[in-house]
Design a protein around this ligand. Structure first.
Ligand code: AFP
Length: 296
């Protein structure tokens, strides 16, 4: 049975993404090649990245109530109607059309991430009213978080069917996944990671959505820390950090840039990167104290 989101504009946004998901999945075939372009983060784009971005842009900018569409694959937002900053019921949608697209070459799991901001982007995560992701795994599933609850769906033929309601992180964490090469980890993070490695099972796929869904399902922690060569980390605040931070916080967990909730991080630029950590609150509390104690 399908459950709709109470806000009609948000419902149209999530329905459009869930209906597009089956098409995106089918359209990956034959689009594994790279295009001669880089995205604003300097990463080589796949045909699939550009195609999925254009498909979502076309569909989402046509929705009455969507005032802006921004994505990891394009330098600037598209202004497409009212002003999210001043008009109530008008939102900005920020998306990572194909998270983990480098997994397409080896045909491993990937995702589509979205955040619905009640402000113009770049915006504070605290202005998010809904967020979620589609996971292109063995089956296609979707997780949608709103201020009320977190729901997991299975997607078939463009329709979404509830498989889990009021999703929360299990109390006893089981899995962990940390990105970046170990020699690149700052000492404080490496010390924390070596404790966690003794306690939990490793689950790291190269696509954040696959790893975060492991954490949402079994409990644990996913992180892509600030690195020695790149203290700002790899992942993007507006398109990855805020939406995933919102989902995990609505599911009773915590998010952190190492110092505070991702949703409280003031953005400067649309394509800002951030150290990103999400999971069970106790594991994130320990991470922040570990990073704090070594910095003093
Ligand atoms: P791509 O979208 O370029 O494949 O990057 C995936 C990602 O943004 C995120 O989904 C992964 O957790 C992380 O980067 C993987 O990074 P590493 O390749 O450095 O492990």
């Amino acid at each position: 049975m399908s459950v709709t989101v109470s806000d009609p504009v948000v419902e149209r946004i999530v329905a459009t993404i869930s209906r597009s998901a089956t098409e995106i999945r089918q359209g990956l075939v034959g689009r594994r090649g790279t295009v001669d372009e880089e995205n604003p983060s300097g990463e080589t784009q796949l045909e699939a990245d550009v195609w999925a971005d254009e498909l979502l842009a076309d569909r989402l900018t046509a929705i009455d109530g969507v005032g802006q569409y921004a994505s990891e694959e394009r330098p600037e937002p598209i202004d497409c109607g009212g002003d999210p900053a001043t008009e109530s019921g008008t939102y900005a949608v920020a998306a990572d059309p194909l998270d983990g697209s480098s997994n397409l070459t080896s045909t491993n799991s990937m995702g589509t991430i979205f955040g619905v901001y009640d402000d113009t982007v770049p915006a504070l995560g605290e202005t998010i009213v809904a967020a979620g992701y589609v996971l292109y795994g063995p089956i296609t599933t979707m997780v949608i978080a709103t201020d009320d609850t977190v729901t997991e769906y299975e997607l078939t033929g463009g329709e979404r069917t509830v498989v889990r309601r009021d999703v929360t992180l299990p109390d006893d964490p089981v899995v962990y996944g940390f990105g970046g090469r170990v020699p690149e980890w700052p000492e404080a993070f490496e010390a924390y990671a070596s404790e966690i490695e003794q306690e939990l099972k490793l689950r790291y796929s190269g696509a954040m959505i696959g790893d975060v869904n492991q954490v949402l399902t079994y409990g644990g922690i996913f992180g892509y820390p600030g690195l020695k060569s790149r203290p700002e980390g790899k992942l993007r605040l507006q398109f990855e950090g805020n939406p995933i931070g919102y989902v995990i916080e609505q599911a009773g967990g915590r998010s952190s840039n190492g110092d505070r909730s991702l949703l409280a991080v003031e953005p400067d630029e649309l394509h800002d990167r951030t150290p990103l950590h999400v999971g069970n609150a106790a594991l994130i509390d320990r991470l922040e104290s570990a990073l704090d104690s070594r910095s003093h």
